[in-house]
Every structure is written in structure tokens, then in C-alpha cells.
Design a protein around this ligand. Structure first.
Ligand SMILES: *[C@@H]1O[C@H](CO)[C@@H](O)[C@H](O)[C@H]1NC(C)=O
Ligand SMILES: *[C@@H]1O[C@H](CO)[C@@H](O)[C@H](O)[C@H]1NC(C)=O
Ligand SMILES: *[C@@H]1O[C@H](CO)[C@@H](O)[C@H](O)[C@H]1NC(C)=O
Ligand SMILES: *[C@@H]1O[C@H](CO)[C@@H](O)[C@H](O)[C@H]1NC(C)=O
Ligand SMILES: *[C@@H]1O[C@H](CO)[C@@H](O)[C@H](O)[C@H]1NC(C)=O
Ligand SMILES: *[C@@H]1O[C@H](CO)[C@@H](O)[C@H](O)[C@H]1NC(C)=O
Ligand SMILES: *[C@@H]1O[C@H](CO)[C@@H](O)[C@H](O)[C@H]1NC(C)=O
Ligand SMILES: *[C@@H]1O[C@H](CO)[C@@H](O)[C@H](O)[C@H]1NC(C)=O
Ligand SMILES: *[C@@H]1O[C@H](CO)[C@@H](O)[C@H](O)[C@H]1NC(C)=O
Ligand SMILES: *[C@@H]1O[C@H](CO)[C@@H](O)[C@H](O)[C@H]1NC(C)=O
Ligand SMILES: *[C@@H]1O[C@H](CO)[C@@H](O)[C@H](O)[C@H]1NC(C)=O
Length: 541
């Protein structure tokens, strides 16, 4: 925690944003009451709530290998581990997982061929060799992994290659292995041409049970200490059947997907929209809490549907977002790669946590528009920390647990509205933090088409705290010049940019930190939040 400075000084130093005359500060009239204990239905996130999903073909770019570890990724992962109190988990999978064919004789880690008429973003002919798995040995201590096996390729040679890869994977990952995964988004296998038109839930379940048995046997033979490793499943792209998504996630459980009780985590995937579809906007699709609620409700429906099947079919395993991000098909420039997407990520992830979608693997790949960072230099994208990473940082700070024994509860406050949301974090049944997210877009570049000049509006909130909250509350801010900013993002006055110190935190002299607000004699505090920003208020209760 940084030393606190006087509030008046802090406000003055917020400069560009809060120097705005009182005219631009609008007060919420009603104080927001925060309960002493978390509500009974508060979410209870797992450790490592902030986790990642790395595109299978990009994993060597992100992680490097033993002779060339990627120090930048290492630093960015470490930062989150420190803030959150537990390291992000790396799920390695995605579309390219079901394309990659293992070849024991391949001397390089991966050979991928991009066919632009299928996808310009990732290779669609892929071979991996034994050294691919070296990339699992470069991450900071405490990082655990989910490795995704190829279910898409159905020739007997491809299947035999997948079973042969198990020993290489388990030996390289060792005790850091958390789960296996068999198949990414198999509900799209028909649409992708990997399976015939009539491939249905029963076919999927039979194939999955058979394949996971083969993987379990190979694990036991090569790595007896990892026998019994469970699976993350079913990792569907959709929430039900339509022309495109052909398998129903609830139905596959009904038909016995977990009959061997070898599923350790129920994973579902989500995107707020498809980047190439018309009508997608920052304010309408991402910086819109109603759209967050609508998408979360769909996922909650799947969770409740599976849970309703009862303990015999689906044991009480957690339901997580196994892969998700803003806009499918790798995101859209100008939306997924801007500060607005970071703020969407803060709201979406925190809301998920409040609803017991208990872990969040945000997806990324080399050159993807929604990536949290670009791990290497390419001719398409400069190596660097991207705005969404700063959103991950703020969520990690909000999810902080002093130890894995402490109990963290996240609740969404009823005062939340379409463009402004508030959350509470209780640790060991004591109010620890409040998160405020402002989702009104504010343009750095244009005239915004409001009155001229359009000073950045600031919303003032007051909170009625439980009576035992005292002293000074610390305020940490997620800031940029506007929702369209792609550079100059800071968290609590720190930059994590590559060019400063390879992703380690660097204090920026031109941005405030160490701000505090006083809890008054009646247990009230007030906090100002500029449009397109977020703030965490840490309390002593
Ligand atoms: C989250 O899980 C906890 C513990 O199982 C439960 O008490 C709570 O009601 C759940 N909340 C929601 C929103 O489902
Ligand atoms: C490790 O990575 C470096 C740099 O990408 C590469 O040149 C080297 O071949 C890799 N080593 C193995 C064993 O794949
Ligand atoms: C993509 O282009 C290649 C030639 O570069 C061609 O062989 C292949 O059939 C095309 N695939 C599709 C799906 O159009
Ligand atoms: C096997 O894979 C091919 C190509 O991906 C696909 O066309 C075919 O339908 C699949 N067959 C079965 C039985 O899954
Ligand atoms: C079924 O499992 C056996 C070994 O356990 C394996 O050899 C075979 O390829 C699997 N078949 C399918 C369709 O997954
Ligand atoms: C916000 O999301 C809701 C729910 O998806 C949608 O009905 C509404 O039109 C969106 N708002 C804007 C400004 O697009
Ligand atoms: C960009 O890099 C890729 C992969 O290294 C290469 O195939 C492609 O030709 C390069 N494109 C240009 C325009 O240099
Ligand atoms: C922000 O500015 C860009 C570029 O001029 C424009 O396309 C966009 O519509 C503006 N957004 C808002 C909310 O004014
Ligand atoms: C602002 O409004 C004017 C007039 O309606 C329009 O021509 C211009 O494109 C708008 N600018 C932005 C950034 O939306
Ligand atoms: C943000 O705004 C400040 C103050 O107007 C300006 O000095 C700075 O260059 C801006 N940063 C970016 C990345 O545009
Ligand atoms: C602070 O300085 C950095 C680096 O020069 C710049 O990118 C950023 O926009 C500045 N922030 C403000 C609020 O001026």
C-alpha cells in the first residue's frame, strides 16, 4: 500500500480529469449502503480467478522455451500473481488445439502454415514436436496449466499421435498440471467440417469418454503420479443448439459426459459478439452493463441447467469461463484493443465472479486484437502490453486474497446501472474493497459531439459504510485519456509497458497515486469517478 497523501492534493494532481470545474461533477443523490457482511448469494471465486487461455499455436511465442524464455510474459504473469495472491492459470488451447498434429520426430517446437483463405490470424496446418512442451517450463513458480489435446482430427494416425503426445506433455508439465482438456468447442465440429452433419450429443459423449480413457491410460503409464488428472470440459462455444452450434451443453451431461466422474471443471466459452458482424460498437456492445447482464444470464442458464441434473450426473464441480474475450474472431481493431475494452473486461469479469462463474480464462494469441499483450515482435503487431492487460490488473487487485485460506466474496451492488457499476469485495466476512466502473465512453481524439469544449464528466458517489469502517480509504485508479486510448494506460499510477521495464511496474510521474478519502463521523465516504475509468476503494473495516 502506498503512503496516503491529502485528498485535496490528490484531486489537484488528477489534473486533466478532475480539474474540471464543479459543473462537470454530477453527484449521485442517494448514498449507496454497503452491508457489513456479504449477501448470502455473493459469488465465491476460486483462487487464480484472473487466468488466461493461450492460443495453442501461439503458446511458444508467449512462453518461449528453456533456452529463450519469454521474460516479458514472465513479468506480466508475475505482476498478476502478486496483486491477486495466486498466479493466473494458463490454459493452452483454442481453435488450433484441434488442428495440431504431434510428430515425435519433429525437431522444432511447432511448424504452422497460415492459409489466409481459412484464417489470416493463425495457422491451419500445424505440426508440433516434443520440444513444444518445453514452453511449459518457463513460467513463474506457482503457475499451473491446462493442456488441450486434439479431438478434431479423426484419422487413426492423428488419434494415435495425440495419445503419443500425452507422455511428453505430462513429463514436461509435471506437478504443475491442473487439468487436461480434450477438444475445443466441439459443438462447432460440424460447422468446421470436422464431423459429419448428423454428429450429435450421443456421438460426442461416446467419443469423449473413449478418448479421455486413452489419455488417462497414457498418463498413468508415463506419469503415475499424475494418474487421476481430471478434465476441463465440455468447452463449448455456444449455450445451446442452433444452425451453427450443434451440441447442447446440458444435454451432453444428461447423456453421461461425466459418468466416469473425471470432469474437474465445467468450462464454457463466451464472446460478446463477433468482430466481423455489423452493428458492434464500444458503447452498445462492450461498455454496456445491460449487454454484460444479458451474456452472463445465458451462461448462468447453462450452469443452472447442468446443476439441476443433480449430483449423480454432475458432481458439484465449479463452472468457469474456460475461454472468452470481447469479440470473437480475434477481436476488432479500434474496439477490442482500446481502453474501453479494458473497462468492459473489468465489469464483465467482476460480474461473473459475483455470479459464481468462478474463474476467468481470457483468451489471447499472437497478433490478436483483443490480446492482453503481444509477446513477440511481428510484422503485424509491435511487442507490448495492450490495454486489456490493465483491466486484468484491476480485477486481480480487486480479487486479492491475503492467503488461500481466506474467503473472498464478491457482490454486485444493486445501485449498478447501465453505464456505471459498483461491486463489493468482502474478505473473511469483512468489507475490504469497493470497485466502481464508469462505462460512459469518452473520446480522447474527437470532439465527442457534445457541447464544446467537452470536459470529461466526473460522477461523484457517496457510500454509507458499515459502522466499523474507519480512518482513510485508499483509492486506486484505472486511467487513460479516454475509452479510445490505446496507450498511456495506468493502474494506480503504474505503467506495465514493455518499453519501460519489460512489463515490470514503473511509476509514472504524471499520474496520481496514493489518493485517499476520509471516512467521516457518520461512516460516509465520497469518491469521484471520471467517465471511462474505474476505481478501487480499499477500506479499513
Ligand atoms: C455462490 O456460491 C455460494 C457458495 O456455494 C452460494 O452460497 C451462493 O448463493 C452462490 N451465489 C450465486 C449468485 O449463485
Ligand atoms: C527455442 O526458441 C528459440 C527462439 O525462438 C529457437 O530458435 C529454438 O529453436 C528453440 N528451441 C527448441 C528446442 O525448440
Ligand atoms: C485455400 O487456398 C488454397 C490455395 O492457397 C486452396 O488449396 C484451398 O482449397 C483453399 N481453401 C478454401 C477453404 O478455400
Ligand atoms: C472425419 O474428418 C473429416 C475431415 O475433418 C470429416 O469430413 C468426416 O466427416 C469425419 N468423419 C467422422 C466419422 O467423424
Ligand atoms: C478409443 O480409444 C482407443 C484406446 O483407448 C483408441 O485407440 C481409439 O483411437 C479411440 N477411438 C476414438 C474414436 O476415439
Ligand atoms: C446495451 O445492451 C442491451 C442488451 O444487449 C441492448 O438492448 C441495448 O441496445 C444496448 N445499448 C446500446 C446503446 O446499444
Ligand atoms: C510477415 O511475417 C510472416 C511470418 O513470419 C511472413 O510469412 C510474411 O511474409 C511477412 N509479411 C510481410 C509483409 O513481410
Ligand atoms: C470517438 O471518435 C472517433 C473518431 O473520430 C469516432 O469514430 C467515434 O464515433 C467517437 N466516439 C464517440 C463516443 O464520440
Ligand atoms: C459530429 O457531428 C457532425 C454533424 O452532425 C458530424 O458531421 C461529425 O461526423 C460528428 N463527429 C463525430 C466524431 O461523431
Ligand atoms: C493524455 O493527455 C495528456 C494531457 O492532455 C497529454 O499530455 C498526453 O500526451 C495524452 N496521452 C496520450 C497517449 O494521448
Ligand atoms: C503520462 O506520460 C506517458 C508517457 O509519456 C503518456 O503516454 C501518458 O499519456 C501521460 N499521461 C497523462 C495523463 O498525461
Amino acid at each position: 500500500m502506498l503512503p496516503s497523501i491529502k485528498r485535496s492534493l490528490a484531486v489537484a494532481a488528477l489534473g486533466a480529469f478532475l480539474k474540471a470545474e464543479a459543473a462537470h461533477i454530477s453527484s449521485r443523490t442517494k448514498p449507496i449502503a454497503i452491508p457489513k457482511s456479504a449477501p448470502n448469494d455473493a459469488g465465491v471465486p476460486l483462487d487464480s480467478f484472473v487466468s488466461y487461455s493461450f492460443e495453442f499455436s501461439s503458446w511458444p511465442d508467449f512462453a518461449g522455451n528453456l533456452s529463450h524464455p519469454n521474460a516479458f510474459s514472465y513479468n506480466l504473469m508475475s505482476n498478476l500473481g502478486k496483486l491477486q495472491g495466486s498466479m493466473p492459470i494458463a490454459r493452452v488451447g483454442g481453435n488450433t488445439q484441434d488442428i495440431a498434429i504431434f510428430d515425435e520426430s519433429l525437431e522444432t517446437s511447432i511448424v504452422g502454415i497460415i492459409r489466409p483463405n481459412i484464417s489470416a490470424d493463425y495457422p491451419t496446418i500445424i505440426t508440433i514436436g516434443p520440444s513444444y512442451f518445453e514452453s511449459y517450463k518457463t513460467m513463474p513458480e506457482g503457475t499451473r496449466f491446462v493442456h488441450g489435446f486434439n479431438m478434431g482430427a479423426n484419422s487413426s494416425a492423428a488419434r494415435a499421435a495425440t495419445w503419443a503426445s500425452v507422455s511428453h506433455a505430462c513429463k514436461a508439465i509435471g506437478s504443475d498440471l491442473l487439468f487436461w482438456e480434450y477438444g475445443n468447442e466441439p459443438d462447432l465440429f460440424t460447422a468446421s467440417g470436422y464431423r459429419p452433419d448428423d454428429w450429435a450429443e450421443a456421438d460426442y459423449v461416446t467419443e469423449w469418454l473413449n478418448g479421455t480413457t486413452a489419455i488417462e491410460e497414457a498418463t498413468k503409464a508415463a506419469c503415475p503420479e499424475l494418474a487421476g488428472t481430471k478434465f476441463m470440459a465440455p468447452s463449448f462455444a455456444g449455450i445451446g443448439v442452433n444452425d451453427y452450434f450443434r451440441l447442447d451443453p446440458v444435454e451432453v451431461f444428461k447423456q453421461g459426459l461425466d459418468e466416469k466422474q473425471n470432469i474437474g471443471l465445467i468450462a464454457s466459452h463466451n464472446y460478446m459478439g463477433v468482430s466481423t458482424n455489423p452493428g458492434i460498437t464500444l458503447q452498445g456492445t462492450l461498455m454496456n452493463h445491460s449487454s454484460v447482464l444479458a451474456k452472463a444470464d445465458e451462461q448462468i442458464g447453462v450452469k443452472d441447467g447442468i446443476k439441476a441434473l443433480g449430483a449423480a450426473l454432475a458432481p458439484n464441480v465449479p463452472f468457469v469461463m474456460g475461454e472468452h474475450n470481447s469479440l470473437a474472431r480475434q477481436g476488432r481493431p479500434g474496439l477490442s484493443n482500446g481502453f474501453g475494452a479494458a473497462l468492459w473486461g473489468v465489469d464483465w469479469n467482476t460480474y461473473l465472479a459475483s455470479q459464481n462463474l468462478t474463474r476467468s480464462h481470457m483468451h489471447q494469441g499472437t497478433n490478436y486484437r483483443y490480446q492482453s499483450w503481444q509477446p513477440i515482435e511481428t510484422n503485424l503487431t509491435a511487442r507490448g502490453t495492450k490495454p486489456p492487460y490493465y483491466g486484468n490488473v484491476a480485477v486481480a487487485a480487486f480479487m486479492h486474497k491475503p492467503s488461500s485460506e481466506s474467503e473472498l466474496k464478491i457482490s454486485s451492488l444493486p445501485s449498478s446501472s447501465i453505464y456505471a457499476t459498483q461491486y463489493a469485495a468482502h474478505v473473511d466476512d469483512t468489507l475490504a474493497r469497493i470497485l466502481l466502473v464508469d462505462l460512459n465512453t469518452y473520446n480522447t481524439t474527437a470532439d465527442n459531439n457534445y457541447t464544446t469544449p467537452f470536459a470529461r464528466p466526473v460522477e461523484k458517489y457517496s457510500f454509507q459504510l458499515p459502522s466499523d469502517c474507519k480512518g482513510e480509504a485508499q483509492v486506486q485508479r484505472l486511467l487513460a485519456n479516454g475509452s479510445d486510448a490505446i496507450t498511456g494506460i495506468t493502474w494506480d499510477g503504474y505503467s506495465y509497458n514493455y518499453e519501460l521495464d519489460e512489463g515490470k511496474p514503473v511509476r509514472m510521474e504524471n499520474v496520481t497515486c496514493g489518493e485517499s478519502v476520509k471516512v467521516d463521523g457518520k461512516g460516509m465516504i465520497s469518491v469521484e469517478v471520471p467517465w471511462s475509468s474505474a476505481a478501487i476503494v480499499s477500506l479499513d473495516c
